[in-house]
Write a new protein. Sequence first.
Length: 190
Amino acid sequence: MSRQAWDQEAATFDDEPDHGLKQPEVRGAWRRLLLSVLPEAPARVADLGCGTGTLAKLLVDEGYEVDGLDFSPEMVRRARIKAPEATFVVGDAGAPNLSPAAYDVVLSRHVLWAMPDPADAFARWVDVLKPDGMVVLIEGSWATGAGLTAADSTRIVRSVRDHAEVQPLPEAEYWGKEITDERYMIVSRR
């Protein structure tokens, strides 16, 4: 999608339960999931493709230092309002204009699949990590035909890093509804 299309999506982006995390049970599920894999706060997190800043807000509330990046100026504008404690910039997640070797975590939710060259984008994401940094990807292969399978994402991760731990996420608590497509998290540690 174009930058203009994402800007237009921003107004209703948080309406989906897993985007806005407005339902306490959905927000709680994401909080538990992320805290179960992230290093302790105040680790520094690069939230690539941050959208309206929902995950950034969740993490700054837990004491993390978060820098978000998104292609859409309107998404970034909304993120700055939602999570003023975080830092947000407009940029291309495929080639993030963030400091190299500066982050403990790269977090990306439903972004890798949309990159023109997912393998190249992932390699660039690893460049912003500290030597012992980790990547947390939340991706899916959706009923619409879009997305990446867990096997495809694992191949991309392992083309750059040795470790890729896949956790399926079929539970409705994450999505605010029952799902039938493939959704998962990949954690890659050094």
